[in-house]
Design a binder for this molecule. Sequence first.
Ligand SMILES: *Cc1c(COP(=O)(O)O)cnc(C)c1O
Length: 344
Amino acid sequence: MEQRGLDGDAGPFGRPHRPLIGAAPGTVSTGDTLSIKVHQALSAALSLTDRKVILSDTGNFPTDLYIAQGIVDALDRGLELRCVAPEEIEAHMTDEIAVLMLTEVDYRTGRRHDMAHLSRIAREQGIVTLWDLAHSAGAFPVDSAAHADFAVGCTYKYLNSGPGGPAFIAVPDAVADRIDPALPGWLGHAAPFDFDRDYRPAQAARRFRIGTPPILQMAALDAALDAWDGVSMQDVRSRSLALSQRLIAGVEADCPSLTLASPREDAHRGSQVSFRHPQAYAICQALIAHDVIGDFRAPDILRFGITPLYIGEAEIDAAIATMARIMQDRLYEDPRFQTRQAVT
Ligand SMILES: *Cc1c(COP(=O)(O)O)cnc(C)c1O
C-alpha cells in the first residue's frame, strides 16, 4: 500500500501535495491525539520567547485551555494563561504576549477568527502563533504555512478518519529547526533505529514524532483521504456556504423557536451551523432517532456539521422537515429523549 498522509507530512505516512492544510512538504508530523499536539506545539512556542503571557479566548475548546494551564503550572516560571472574549483578542495583542493560541473555528457556534489578519498583527508584535485547525482542516481552504508558526488539528472531524484518528502538527522548517521537543520520543530521533543513548532531534517536523503511531488508525486516515483526491477546497467552501444558508433559511422559516447561534455572515462562519434552544439536548436525541445526526453542546446548542462531499440539498431539506416535525409535535418531550447520556 502506498503510504500517504496530509499535505506536507514528513512521512513515513507522507503524500506530498494534498492541499488540505496548506503546509509545505516535510513540515507536518501525524500521530498521537490533538491534546498531545497542543502540548507539543505550545511548549515549543513558549521556548521561542521570553515573554510570559499565553493569549487565548473563552470560546476555545476546553482541552486546549487545560493543556495550556497545565504547562503554566508545570513550568512554574511566571507564565500566565489569559483568556478574553473572542471579539477582544485583537485589542489584547500587545508586546506582553508570548503566544497567541487560538482555535480558528469555535466548536460551539462555528464563529471563525480572521486567521490571516490576527497572524499579521501577531507577526508585527513579535507574538508566536499557534492555531488549532480542528474545525478547519477539510472544512474550507487553509493556508497554515502562510499564517501559523505552529498549526495543529485532528483528522476525525471533517477529514473523517474515524474516532481517535491521528492528529497532526505543522511547523515551517525555519521554526521547527529551532525547537528542542518537550516530548523527545525515540521516533523523533535523527536516527531512531540506531537506538542511541542520547537524543538528537530529527530534521524539521520529523522531530515532532514521539512514539509508534496508531497504525490501524493511520490506515483508516489513508482511506478517508482518498475521498479528497482531486477535490478543490474552494469548491467545498462554496458548496458548504450554499448548504449552510439553505439550512439557516429553512430552520428559521419552519422552526421559529430555534435561534441561530452561528454568525450569519459567511466569512465569519466555519462549516457548521448551530442553533440555540433550552431543550437542545432532547431535540438532538429526537433528531438522531430520526436519522438526522447532529450534536448537542452544553448548555443549549444544537450543532450541524456541513460536509459537502457527503451531503447535499436533499439531506439538508430532509433535516429541516424532520426538525420541523419534532418541534411542531413536541416529540422531544418523550422521556427517552430527555435522559442525558454520558456522550452528547
Ligand atoms: C476536537 C478538538 C480537540 C480534541 O482533542 P483530542 O485530543 O483529539 O480528543 C481538541 N481541541 C479542539 C479545538 C477540538 O475541536
